[in-house]
Ligand binder design. Structure first.
Ligand SMILES: N[C@@H](CCC(=O)N[C@@H](CS)C(=O)NCC(=O)O)C(=O)O
Length: 236
């Protein structure tokens, strides 16, 4: 195992992440807000560090981030990590409720977002920003239009359903649902998409989420802000 990932063997929770990854940022913010002691193990996806045999064998067999190793227990999938840490009493109840009815509402969002908001926002980001960077080729206009409309169909649902009556996605208080969603939506900044223009409720909600997670939100997003050329306050 590389020296970088072996620095502090005595720290029982190791968190592997890349701040360019949406679920990595969400978990990073949640861990910081929860006051969990953990070893920071950054993984540079752009350098392919997750494709090494070492990463596959010793860290995550799926070769993705985020993931953790807790006292030798390896776990991938951001939502599984969240639930595991919550079951261990590491996540405060206000972020991930323990009462089953309230928890079910947050879970409803976490289950909904995977193949809706997450898939379409990340596809937009990949098509407009990542793929052209890798291939040197401009995306086809028709493809961009289609992907944008698929993404906006889900942003419409966030605006008109999840945020229809409440300040946050699952009620009047910030939970992990808001943090996961905001990190997905922020990713589109790097592809020059400004969600705030068309979606006033999302715009106001993002402001609330950022304030509620301060200073961890900006710390986790510093790369996103830098790449997108928008200062954290820009257009907010
Ligand atoms: N469902 C997973 C998604 C993990 C995922 O897609 N991670 C991406 C970064 S956002 C990754 O590691 N990609 C590396 C690759 O596909 O090569 C989760 O929520 O943790």
């Amino acid at each position: 195992m590389s020296f970088r990932w072996r620095r502090r063997e005595n720290m029982s929770l190791k968190f592997y992440y890349d701040l360019m990854s949406q679920p990595s940022r969400a978990l990073h913010i949640i861990l910081k807000m929860s006051g969990v002691q953990f070893e920071e193990c950054p993984v540079a996806l752009r350098k392919g560090e997750h494709y090494t045999e070492e990463f596959k064998q010793n860290i995550n067999r799926f070769q993705r981030v985020p993931c953790i190793i807790d006292d030798g227990f390896k776990l991938a999938e951001s939502i599984a990590v969240l639930r595991y840490l919550s079951a261990k009493g590491k996540i405060p109840e206000y972020l991930y409720p323990k009462y089953f009815v309230e928890q079910a509402r947050v879970d409803e969002f976490l289950e909904w977002q995977h193949i809706t908001l997450r898939v379409t926002c990340s596809l937009y980001f990949r098509t407009i920003w990542l793929d052209p960077l890798v291939t040197g080729e401009r995306p086809v206009d028709e493809k961009v239009a289609k992907i944008k409309s698929q993404m906006e169909a889900n942003l419409d649902i966030v605006e008109n359903v999840w945020l229809a009556k409440t300040d946050f996605l699952t009620g009047q208080r910030l939970t992990v649902a808001d943090i996961f969603a905001a990190c997905e939506i922020e990713q589109t900044r790097m592809a020059d998409y400004d969600v705030r223009i068309k979606y006033p409720k999302i715009k106001a909600w993002l402001k609330r989420v950022r304030a509620g997670c301060s200073p961890h939100y900006d710390n986790a997003h510093h790369l996103v802000y830098k790449i997108s050329g928008t200062a954290p306050h820009a257009k907010l």
